[in-house]
Design a protein around this ligand. Structure first.
Ligand code: C5P
Length: 317
C-alpha cells in the first residue's frame, strides 16, 4: 500500500482521531525587580522589567477522554503531574470559561529549570492556555487570555507576550518597553530550587530586622535608556533585583556563583527572579562562551545554558 492511500483527502479531523497542538514558551529574567511593601492580600507591589530569553518549554495539547499530564526534560522529576501543576489548572480554567470539559492530554517538554526563578511553571500555564485555546477552537482574545493568565499567577501574563515589558501591580499588569538589539545571556542553574514565597518572606523579615520601610517600587531610568539604545554595557550596569539579598541570605552559595560569572568577564550579573538561577550578561557570543566555561567549573553550579534575549512569547509551532 502506498503512503498516499493512507492520507485523508482533506484536513477534516476524522472522528476519534488524535489532534494535537504544540506551543513554545520562553523563560524570563527580570532586568529590574523593585519590590514594594507587603500588601494585605499577601502579595507585594512590584515594578519590574520582564525580558524573555531563548530557553523554552513546549506544551503539547492532544485530544483525550479526560485531563492527563506528562512531562520530560530539564528537572522532570520535580514537576508535579496533578492539579497542583499550573498547566493543569490552566486547562481547567480555560475549559470552565468556555463551558466545556477539560478533556485534554498535556505533555510538557522542559528546557526551563524547575523552581529556578525563570517562571517555568508560569510558562507552562501560558503554553497550556494557548495550546488548549487552539485545540478546542475557543477563539479567546488576547485580553481574555491575559485575564485568565493573571488568575493563574503573577508571571503568567508576560509569558503570553514575551519580548521586553514592564510589569506592575503584582507583576500581572504588562506594558511594552521599547528595546533594541539582542543580548547575550548565560544562565547558571543551581543544584536545588528555591521557593518564591520563602524568598519574599525573607525579604520582609530582613527589612523588618533592619527597621527599613519599603519604598514604592520603581524602575531606574538608566535601565530603560540602555534598552532603548540597545547598549549592553549600560544595561549590564543597570541590572537590579531586590530579591538578591533575601535569596543569598537563604542560599549563601549563590554569592560564589555571581562572583564566578563576574570574574569571568560578565558585564552584568543578576539573580533571576526569586532565584536560585543566576543570569550573566555578556558583551558578545565569544564573551558568553568564556563566562559559560568558567561557570561550568563552579562547584555551586549544576548546569550552564546560553541564550539570546529578547525571545518571542507563547506561540503555536
Ligand atoms: O503569583 P504567584 O502565584 O506566582 O506568586 C507566588 C508567591 O510569590 C505568592 O504567593 C507570594 O508569596 C509571592 N509574591 C509576592 N508578590 C508578588 C508576586 C509573588 O509576594 N508580586
Amino acid at each position: 500500500m502506498t503512503a498516499a492511500a493512507l492520507t485523508p483527502d482533506d484536513d477534516t479531523p476524522r472522528p476519534g482521531a488524535t489532534e494535537s497542538v504544540t506551543v513554545r514558551v520562553p523563560a524570563k529574567v527580570n532586568l529590574a525587580l523593585s519590590v514594594g511593601p507587603l500588601r494585605s492580600d499577601g502579595y507585594h507591589d512590584l515594578a519590574t522589567v520582564f525580558h524573555a530569553v531563548g530557553l523554552f518549554d513546549e506544551v503539547t495539547a492532544s485530544t483525550a477522554d479526560g485531563l492527563a499530564l506528562t512531562c520530560e526534560g530539564e528537572g522532570q522529576v520535580d514537576v508535579p503531574l496533578d492539579d497542583t501543576n499550573l498547566a493543569w489548572r490552566a486547562a481547567e480554567l480555560l475549559a470552565r470559561t468556555a463551558g466545556r470539559s477539560p478533556a485534554v492530554r498535556l505533555h510538557l517538554t522542559k528546557g526551563i529549570p524547575v523552581a529556578g526563578g525563570m517562571a517555568g511553571g508560569s510558562a507552562d500555564a501560558a503554553g497550556a492556555l494557548v495550546a488548549c485555546d487552539a485545540l478546542w477552537g475557543t477563539g479567546l482574545s488576547r485580553d481574555d487570555l491575559h485575564a485568565l493568565a493573571a488568575q493563574l499567577g503573577s508571571d503568567v501574563p508576560f509569558a503570553l507576550y514575551g519580548g521586553t515589558a514592564m510589569g506592575t501591580g503584582r507583576g500581572e499588569q504588562i506594558t511594552p518597553v521599547l528595546a533594541r538589539g539582542e543580548f547575550h545571556w548565560v544562565f547558571a542553574f543551581a543544584h536545588e530550587g528555591l521557593s518564591t514565597p520563602a524568598v519574599f518572606r525573607e525579604l520582609d523579615r530582613l527589612r523588618e530586622e533592619a527597621g527599613e520601610q519599603a519604598a514604592a517600587p520603581g524602575v531606574d531610568e538608566e535601565l530603560l535608556r540602555a534598552l532603548r539604545a540597545g547598549d549592553s554595557t549600560l544595561l549590564g550596569a543597570a541590572l537590579r533585583n531586590d530579591l538578591t539579598r533575601p535569596a543569598t541570605s537563604l542560599r549563601p552559595d549563590l554569592r560564589a556563583t555571581l562572583q564566578a560569572g563576574q570574574d569571568a568577564g560578565a558585564i552584568g550579573t543578576l539573580l533571576s527572579g526569586s532565584g536560585p538561577t543566576c543570569a550573566f550578561l555578556a558583551a558578545d557570543a565569544a564573551a558568553a562562551a568564556r563566562v559559560a566555561a568558567a561557570l561550568e567549573a563552579a562547584p555551586s553550579v549544576r548546569a550552564v545554558r546560553r541564550a539570546l534575549g529578547p525571545a518571542a512569547g507563547a506561540h503555536v509551532l
